[in-house]
Design a protein around this ligand. Structure first.
Ligand SMILES: Cc1cc2nc3c(=O)[nH]c(=O)nc-3n(C[C@H](O)[C@H](O)[C@H](O)COP(=O)(O)O)c2cc1C
Length: 176
């Protein structure tokens, strides 16, 4: 399996070619995104693929205004934005939608690296976009909670020697 290699290439891309992602590659990464171990969550998640340049620009403009940064390029020029929307969970499952969305987004991130696409985790749009629910044609009750920009990287993504020289970057305690 090449999975560890793809994980070693799990990096953020912030420079993209001015070329739209092919339909077959888009479908591959969406399918990978949906390859989740938790079958019960599918009804609570919704994906929106935004490739319309006018809508991307409109969302970007909302972000610039919200953050008061007129020169911001919030998607770094990625021509495809995939939004993950969910229904807010209550009770014992409070907040679980964020966990589900994170699993989905990371699957897409790794699958994109595997087929030579670049990607960037995106969060900044989440609040500014909540006035655009109709324009995003979301089902009732769904709100965007995570996203990822996708495109062909301007520079090839290098593998970090398959994680061989990496150490854990997050503190970890072991209880054996
Ligand atoms: C869940 C999540 C959401 C993020 N949202 C954004 C975002 O909206 N905008 C942004 O510029 N970076 C965002 N980041 C950070 C970038 O994806 C990237 O990891 C970070 O900018 C480091 O990039 P670098 O490797 O080029 O230094 C997010 C990261 C995560 C994990």
């Amino acid at each position: 399996m090449e999975t560890l290699k793809a994980l070693a290439m799990n990096k953020t891309t912030k420079k993209y070619l001015n070329k739209q992602v092919s339909e077959s590659e888009l479908q591959s990464i969406l399918l990978a995104g949906c390859s989740l171990p938790n079958v019960g969550i599918y009804n609570n998640l919704h994906l929106t693929v935004v490739q319309n340049p006018h809508l991307l620009e409109k969302i970007a403009d909302k972000i610039r205004k919200a953050f008061d940064k007129p020169d911001l390029k919030p998607f770094y020029g990625a021509p495809t934005l995939i939004l993950v929307s969910s229904i807010k969970e209550k009770g014992n499952y409070l907040g679980v939608e964020y966990g589900n969305a994170a699993c989905l987004v990371d699957n897409i991130h790794v699958a994109a690296a595997d087929i030579g696409l670049g990607s960037v985790n995106l969060w900044t749009f989440v609040n500014p976009i909540n006035t655009m629910i109709d324009e995003l044609e979301l089902p009732e009750g769904f709100i965007p909670i995570a996203g990822i920009g996708i495109g062909y990287p301007a520079d090839p993504i290098e593998s970090d020697t398959q994680n061989k020289n990496k150490s854990l970057q997050i503190n970890c305690n072991y209880i054996k």
